[in-house]
Design a protein around this ligand. Structure first.
Ligand code: ZN
Length: 119
């Protein structure tokens, strides 16, 4: 369980936890041992730390991504998020950049859980 009061290095500087700046934020989570995935890529209109805390607090009964993150969370990797993707003005823009980031990491040989092109 991560502490949502932790400041996130490289994250949105306009957010003031728990209050989102209103932008959509792309984020990367590093996944640890026990899963074949290296990273989880997502986007949220909340602050990244609030979204992260939701994986434990709110999405308990949901499968897939939240469970993967709960079981294998090994840190945020905001350093992997391009500066122009940290805060997006619309959800569709964030989804495009989320996909581009996931595909970019896959091209580097990483196993990425997240959006997939063409599906
Ligand atoms: Zn923000």
């Amino acid at each position: 369980m991560i502490d949502s009061s932790n400041s996130i290095e490289g994250g949105c500087t306009d957010c003031n936890d728990p209050h989102s700046c209103g932008s959509y934020h792309v984020y990367v989570i590093s996944l640890g041992d026990g899963t074949s995935y290296d990273f989880y890529v997502g986007q949220t209109g909340k602050t990244v730390s609030e979204r992260l805390a939701d994986n434990w607090a709110k999405y308990n009964s949901r499968g897939g991504g939240p469970r993967l993150i709960r079981n294998h969370f090994s840190g945020l990797r905001m350093d992997l998020v391009p500066v122009d993707s940290v805060a997006c003005s619309s959800r569709s823009e964030a989804e495009r950049k989320e996909l581009a980031l996931a595909e970019g990491l896959r091209r580097q040989g990483y196993k990425v859980r997240g959006p997939r092109g063409g599906s």
